[in-house]
Write a protein that binds this ligand. Sequence first.
Ligand code: ADP
Length: 196
Amino acid sequence: MTNNHNDHKNPTERGVTIWFTGLSGAGKSTISEKLEAHLRTAGKKVEVLDGDVVRTNLSKGLGFSKEDRDTNIRRIGFVSKLLTRNGVAVLVAAISPYRDVRDEVRQSIGDFVEIYVHCPIEELTRRDVKGLYAKALRGELPNFTGVSDPYEEPLHPEVTVHTDSESVDESVAKVIAKLEEMGYLASKKAAAGARR
Ligand code: ADP
């Protein structure tokens, strides 16, 4: 049993936190933006909590020590919990490198789907979306996750997407399929079957 009252609702009305974790540039924001559009079209209420945006307001002033990172994640988790219990699909795109605090947030929210956005460091260095890997690899960025700061992979994520070998649409489709399977999104296949 989960710790909220979402269970009996139809898929469109069920709140859920969809938590994207992975290194900078792996594809968390890109996938969550596409998923956001899909969920809205499907009639769900949606809110996006993007790590970069959160750090300019809700978590302004926090740094990148383990303590500050954990505080940032607990704040995002708290807001996600409030929204989730009110029937919102919350998309969180945050590096969230520490397993223990991710698991803490999972326990607290209950309706929680963890997506591991995986991409090898070689490909991230090649992409270098924000020019940060080059800097970090030159030793100019302390506390840069994956280079000069730890990243703890999820042990049991609901979905793993491999963004070095999948297209954005393929990665989004994997998440959608899992949400349908878990009853957070009406299944197109089931709907088509019912109409027949
Ligand atoms: P993050 O939010 O994890 O820091 P971004 O979404 O900002 O990462 O950047 C990811 C980059 O990788 C984008 O330029 C995107 O076009 C590219 N990319 C390539 N394949 C994928 C995929 N399957 N999923 C997501 N992004 C992908």
